[in-house]
Write a protein that binds this ligand. Sequence first.
Ligand SMILES: CC(C)(COP(=O)(O)OP(=O)(O)OC[C@H]1O[C@@H](n2cnc3c(N)ncnc32)[C@H](O)[C@@H]1OP(=O)(O)O)[C@@H](O)C(=O)NCCC(=O)NCCS
Length: 406
Amino acid sequence: MIDPDTVTLGRVDDDGFPAFRRAFAATFGFDHSDEELERSRRVAEVDRLVAARDADGRIVGTSGAYTFGMSLPGGVDASCAGITVVSVRADHRRRGLLTRMMEQLFADADDRREPFAALWASESPIYGRYGFGPAVPTLNVTIERQHGALHHDGPVGEVELLDPDAVTDTLPDLHEAARRQRGGTMTRPDGWWRRLVADPSDARDGAGPLRYALLPGRGFATYRLKPDWGTGAPVGMVQLEDLVALDPGATAALWRFVIDTDLSAKLEAIRRPVDDPIVPLLIDPTRATFRYGWSLWLRLLDLPAAVAARRYLVDGTIVLEVSDELRPANAGRWRIEVTDGTARCERTDAAPDLMMDTSGLATVLLGGVRATQLHLASQVHGELAAAAALDRLFAVDLAPNSDLMF
Ligand SMILES: CC(C)(COP(=O)(O)OP(=O)(O)OC[C@H]1O[C@@H](n2cnc3c(N)ncnc32)[C@H](O)[C@@H]1OP(=O)(O)O)[C@@H](O)C(=O)NCCC(=O)NCCS
């Protein structure tokens, strides 16, 4: 029997990074190659990694965080710890190691005054206990090319295919301009762009290299063609990675361009926002498949700072009673008062309009999930009318979206 008390948490340095990364890759069944190590090193923040080591110094648990800016409703940004590389070796599971690592990651984020933590969950049941809520629903879209006709009669402009060398000169600015239109989108630091462009052939799963379609100054799409010759006729699949557009004409032009890829029969797009304009753009959306999924799980580390960080479309006041077992500083009654689009969030003794767990508040704060829906699922308590009032207060222009899997 392995004694959990002999496992200690500690930091990782540059020399220890390969062993750390290999321990993580082993649990996830990922490649351990030197190339993959180099790719992950491009984006890793080694000083934010936390390793669990057994009595012999072997790494038996891994975790870490990225330092992101996250867009919030109203076009503002907040600091966010992007939790990542979470793994516990199979023979050390269910002894509380993840819980210990999570506490350390939260403490690190507190030191950096990050009001939010966020992650992509491999399995949904894991993270609710740590106060994370599924804040960003997404659409995964499949479009048969033969049913891909779009409503669009305006001029579209010329789409150019970019050389990979030109990507980092052009796409980051467009991405940054589009990022603030929706909440939940992380900054994409330079290392992430370089990692994208590196596009190693061993990580393409049979698809071709990434292509970069640009509408200068207006948007871009990145996509691959996965060739398939079927019984002779080409029935390849376009895999859309990103489609970022700053105006409706660019949106239609880029979708048109990727759907009409030669030698393809269908397109698959993942991580699309739930209000993606592709739905009404399609002349026959009933022929497309839309699958609901989740991207970002959000955790409010500093509740009043998190609530005050976003902007609001309407004024109003509401009192919430929030439970938060892990972080008692968040627990209790909070009065949220919005004036001229800005919120004050202060402790109060007033009777609460609604009661919820901290994960429920994290779920609804970006406006991607409605409090009324959680009320009907018994995850927000109080009058339905109060949940509807919270929906009006937390309403957003555009649904949140999270386009960077980290
Ligand atoms: C998920 C993982 C990190 C959990 O590590 P762990 O050290 O076993 O977790 P802990 O012992 O701290 O578990 C804490 C609680 O979470 C629960 N839990 C852990 N993993 C769970 C899972 N996959 N599904 C449901 N509950 C889970 C435990 O049962 C425990 O509950 P309890 O406190 O009520 O007893 C580990 O199983 C793992 O490495 N899995 C494969 C990789 C992975 O999925 N990583 C997550 C990346 S997003």
